[in-house]
Design a protein around this ligand. Structure first.
Ligand code: BGC
Length: 398
């Protein structure tokens, strides 16, 4: 996965050049704010307001606005995307990301709304893995398993933030150094996640990490979407297409069995556009285990292919909003919001119930450290973890 193939080196060089251009205008938190906020009309902007404190650390809410009618709010607590305002086919704007209107609810009650999950997104069986002959016991914070980095994962950390601005995009650069032994993971992990809002109505996420000792890493963003607007009801009418002819079935605790199974003739076949709700009540044993969809799909690509490719396309028939997800990752977790149970009140004051939002988390497969036939998630000193995912929004016509 992190081998220095020539393809990978080329991609790194290209990314490096892009990053230098992007970061050309970066300074500390105070500097670019003024410049961005007062930038000429017609240029994208980025501003921030204080949003409270966590453990005595100040937290801010950043507002990224492009010139095409899109506004994204991101907090440096957990790198959470708090809201995504996008127009529908008639130009009406709505917030398509589930979340809360205040920091406290994120701290106390969030089911990973919008956050960066790490060090290891999704589950590790029994919270245990062995690397170079040493066995590590992680927190078992989801039944017997480890989920989304443990008790205090990257979603609950306050990240350092700086901003960057280009002619046609604005970016929030978040960094966090996870000390060796944090949540019992080996190695100091130096992590950077860059969120860029472009004038093509894309949120681009560039993930980068290095380590000083062998470790495992799997980072993603955990936004729950409702393309009709958060709080507007079920996403069962949303039409989903996945570039995946195979998926990884799970056991009763949602750990992959190790099998890589074809989706053909199952409710997991989204190779053609299909409404999410069409087969969500099918008695297929995997749907029963997940209480809906909660599965990793194996993206159609050769194992060594790390190019940025379309992975998923979701459209909402009434307003016509479309979300396309492109990624360099080999897998995507499709989660149909099965555990939303009406106990959380969202951003606009409406209660979230089962299937009121869906997540599509680009990632390496769950439990990879214990599954020898899955692509590796091991990162060693001298290697660079580097992945990119793009959420691209548009509005289709009837
Ligand atoms: C997992 C679900 C979990 C959800 C929220 C998803 O990535 O696959 O099982 O309930 O995150 O934690």
């Amino acid at each position: 996965m992190f081998a220095l193939t020539s393809r990978r080196v080329l991609r790194r060089v290209a990314t490096f050049v892009g990053l230098v251009l992007l970061l050309g205008s970066v300074t500390g938190p105070a500097g670019p704010m003024t410049a961005a906020a007062t930038s000429a009309r017609g240029a994208p902007t980025i501003t921030k307001v204080p949003w409270g404190t966590v453990g005595g650390q100040p937290v801010d809410l950043y507002t990224l606005t492009n010139t095409k009618g899109m506004t994204v709010k991101i907090t440096n607590y957990g790198g959470i995307i708090q809201s995504i305002d996008v127009p529908d086919r008639r130009g009406r704007r709505a917030n398509v990301a589930l979340g809360f209107d205040n920091l406290d609810d994120y701290v106390t009650s969030s089911p990973y709304f919008g956050c960066i999950t790490g060090r290891y997104a999704n589950r590790i069986a029994n919270g245990r893995f062995t690397l170079d002959g040493v066995t590590y016991q992680l927190a078992q914070n989801n039944g017997v398993n480890h989920l989304h980095g443990g008790n205090v994962g990257f979603d609950k950390r306050v990240w350092a933030a700086r901003t960057a601005k280009r002619r046609d995009s604005v970016a929030l650069v978040l960094t966090y150094t996870s000390p060796a032994g944090e949540e019992n993971y080996p190695g100091t992990l130096t992590t950077k996640v860059t969120y860029t809002l472009t004038d093509r109505n894309e949120i681009r996420m560039d993930y980068h990490a290095t380590t000083d000792a062998a470790t495992i890493v799997n980072l993603t963003n955990h936004t729950y979407f409702n393309l009709a607007g958060e709080g507007s009801g079920t996403i069962e009418d949303h039409v989903l297409e996945l570039e995946a002819r195979r998926y990884t079935p799970v056991d009763a605790t949602l750990i992959p069995t190790g099998e890589i199974a074809p989706v053909a003739r199952t409710p997991f076949d989204f190779t053609r556009p299909t409404a999410i709700g069409q087969r969500i009540r099918d008695a297929h044993p995997q749907i029963v285990i997940g209480q809906g969809y909660d599965h990793n799909f194996v993206l159609d690509r050769r194992p060594e292919d790390e190019s940025l490719k379309l992975a998923a396309r979701v459209s909402e028939p009434r307003g016509g909003r479309v979300l396309e997800i492109l990624t360099t990752e080999p897998g995507i977790q499709f989660y149909s919001g099965n555990f939303l149970d009406g106990t959380l009140v969202g951003t606009s004051g409406r209660v979230y119930r089962q299937t009121d939002g869906f997540a599509l988390e680009t990632q390496h497969y769950p439990d990879s450290p214990n599954q020898p036939n899955f692509p590796s998630t091991v990162l060693r000193p001298g290697e660079e973890y580097e992945t990119t995912t793009i959420y691209r929004f548009s509005a289709g016509h009837r």
